[in-house]
Design a protein around this ligand. Structure first.
Ligand SMILES: [Zn+2]
Length: 325
């Protein structure tokens, strides 16, 4: 399986709740577990500013290129440096690359991207470039697809994506998120706002009620799955209560749902602010495992392999499929 990834995603944003080191952690975990080899990681091409302009207004792009604080850039809650702007443009190029690969291979994971709070004319909520919209618009421009769907399972509503595609019937936007939390909500084609403290069972039930109908009803040629790690029970920014196992089951529902219908799916990582950044890395790694699983490429954990002639007192149960929190 191919992953899109760059070491340049580790952007210096100063002291910040957003851990840009998480991308490298996911890659290292996949390599350490022999689920991937270095050749599986595809670097995004150098970004083309015209691709960014497929979604974002000329004035806003000019503010970014000139590192200009304005009403369009000031709500990003990030610094504005050349490294950061280049990094966000690169995330856009990465999601474009991941969309192309997904259309060839059925499944691709971008270990990056998912910046769903960026609007056409401004950035906000740690997001300068809406790479999700850039990827979809680019695939439409290249006539590789007509219809797309965004299945956004980040803790936060995909407000920027919802607004960008509000009048575009070719793109179905869905968001399941914590209701009483940032941001001010825009209207997606379908929104599920969850109560504080919602746990695995309720979350998975609500998701199952929505996803098959979206895939069968809209019949997208491509799904962008926004697999934020922040619905996790120990996330610093929210109070949903999903476990690591629940999050992996969420991933399985979406990825398998697309795969069974032969709808290509590109996964983007989006948010994740666990108290321990290792948990965020592990949640994204578990998402990669679900991609590998549907493709029949998931390798068994060494501990689950049969042991030669076990002695009677070696009765340790096999490790669970995913880490349990
Ligand atoms: Zn989020």
């Amino acid at each position: 399986m191919r992953f899109v990834y760059s070491d340049r995603y580790r952007i210096n944003i100063g002291a910040h709740v957003f851990p840009t080191e998480k991308y490298a952690m996911v890659r290292e975990h996949l390599l350490a577990d022999a689920q991937a080899v270095p050749e599986d990681f595809v670097a995004p091409p150098e970004p083309n500013v015209e691709d960014i302009r497929l979604v974002h207004t000329r004035e806003y792009v000019d503010d970014m290129l000139n590192l200009r604080w304005s009403q369009r850039t000031v709500r990003s809650e990030l610094p504005l440096t050349w490294e950061i702007v280049q990094g966000f443009f690169l995330f856009g190029a990465g999601t474009i690359a991941a969309c192309r690969i997904a259309l060839e291979d059925r499944v691709c994971m971008h270990v990056g991207g998912g910046f769903h709070h960026a609007f056409a004319d401004h950035g906000e909520g740690f997001c300068y470039v809406n790479d999700i919209a850039v990827g979809i618009r680019k695939m439409q421009q290249e006539k590789r697809i007509e219809r797309a769907a965004v299945i956004d399972c980040d803790l936060h509503q995909g407000n920027g994506t919802a607004r960008i595609f509000q009048d575009d019937t070719s793109v179905f936007t869905f968001s399941i998120h914590q209701e009483h939390l940032y941001p001010i909500k825009e209207q997606s084609n379908l929104d599920i706002g969850l109560d504080d403290e919602t746990g695995d069972d309720e979350y998975l039930r609500r998701l199952e009620e929505a996803v098959p109908g979206i895939l069968d009803g809209h019949k997208p040629n491509l799904v962008v799955y926004v697999a934020g790690a922040d619905p996790y029970r120990y996330d610093q920014l929210g109070t949903l209560r999903l476990t690591k196992r629940g999050l992996a089951m969420r991933d399985r529902q979406v990825i398998e749902g697309c795969f069974r219908r032969e709808i290509p799916v590109v996964v983007v990582t989006a948010g994740g602010y666990a108290l321990d950044t290792k948990d965020t890395g592990e949640i994204h790694y578990n998402t990669a495992r679900e991609c590998l699983r549907v493709l029949g490429q998931l390798k068994p954990r060494p501990s689950a392999e049969p042991q030669p002639s076990p002695s009677p007192n070696q009765t340790e149960p096999p490790a669970p499929e995913t880490g349990q929190s």
